[in-house]
Design a protein. Sequence first.
Length: 342
Amino acid sequence: MNQNFNPQIIDDRVQKEIDYFLSDQPELKADVEYSYKIAIPDRPKAYLMIEFAKVLGVDTEKIMPFIITADMMMAAAMNDDDIIDDNDERCEKPSLWKIKGINSTIMVTGYMYGLIFSILKKYRPETNSVDFDAYQKSENLLLDYFRVMHIGQYRTTVSANSLIDFTLDNLEKLAEQKASLLFQYCSAVPAYFVNKYVKELEGFGYQLGIVRQYVSDAQDFLEVPPEYDYNKKDVSKKGARMEDFFTHQPNLILIITGKSKELSEEERKWFYNNWTKNVSEENKADITKKVVAMIAKTRAIEESKIVLKKIKEKIQLYLSVLPDEDFKENLLKWTFRSFPMD
C-alpha cells in the first residue's frame, strides 16, 4: 500500500461540494465542515478505493464521487457514534454534540447523509453512458450499507429492548454486515468500472470489514490489567472498553463470549440480559469485572484469532486473481495490521 497517500485532493473536492450545496446556509455549512474535519484523520476506506483504482487502471477522477462520499459517510456515522458512545472528543477536538447539543448534531448528521446522495445524483451519468451500470451498482451498494447501518443502530440503540428476541446469530450477522458493506463498497467500485474481478473484490471487501471489526472489538479487551478500575474511567488501550456492551451494540468478541459453551446456561443468560438492558451507573463496575472474566474464561480473543486465520485464507484466494504481487502482499499485511495473530 502507498505510504505517501496525500488526502488533500479528497479534502479539496469535499470542500467544493460543501460550498456548492451549502453556500446559502453558513451555520449548517460550518457544522458539516467541522464534523468532516474531526472525523477524517482515520480514513482507510477512501484510501482503499484509490489503491484499487490504480491497480485496475481506473481513472481516479471517474470514481471521485464515490471516493469523497466514502469519507463523508464515515464522518456522518462518527457523529452518531459519538452520541451513542458518549464520546466527548474525536481526534483531540470536542465532538460536535458537545458543542451543539444532541438534537442539533442529529440534524447535522441527517443532512450529511442527504448531501452524500445529492452528490452522487449530481454526477450520475445518462442512462446511455458506458459507465451508467457501474455507477448504479456503486450507488446501490452504498445504499445497502446505509440501510444496514441504520437497522443496526435502531435495533441495538434506539430500541434496545428488542434485542431480547434477537439471537446472537442474528446479531453476529448484523455486526458483520454493518462492518463490511462500506469496505465492500470501496473495494468493489473500481472493479465495477472495469467490469473485472467483481466477485473477487466484493468478497475481499466484505471479509476485510469482518477482519477490521474483529480487530477493533478485540482491542477493547486485548490487555486488561489486574488493577483495572472501571470507576476511574480507565479506557486506555490497556483497559476494558465497555461502550458496546452498555449501549447494546454489536461486538464480535462479546458475541463469541455469549455463544461460548464454556459458560453455563445461567452465565449466558446473565451475560445476554445485561447486554440487552439499560444498567445503572452504580452497577457498571461490577458488571465490567464479570464481563472481563467471562471473556477470559471463554478465551474469546484466542477464538477470534482462529476465525481470522480462516478469513485470511479466503482473502488470499480473492486476491490471487490480481496482477500486482507487491500490492497483494502489502494489502494482506495492511488488512491484518494492529493485531497479534500468533
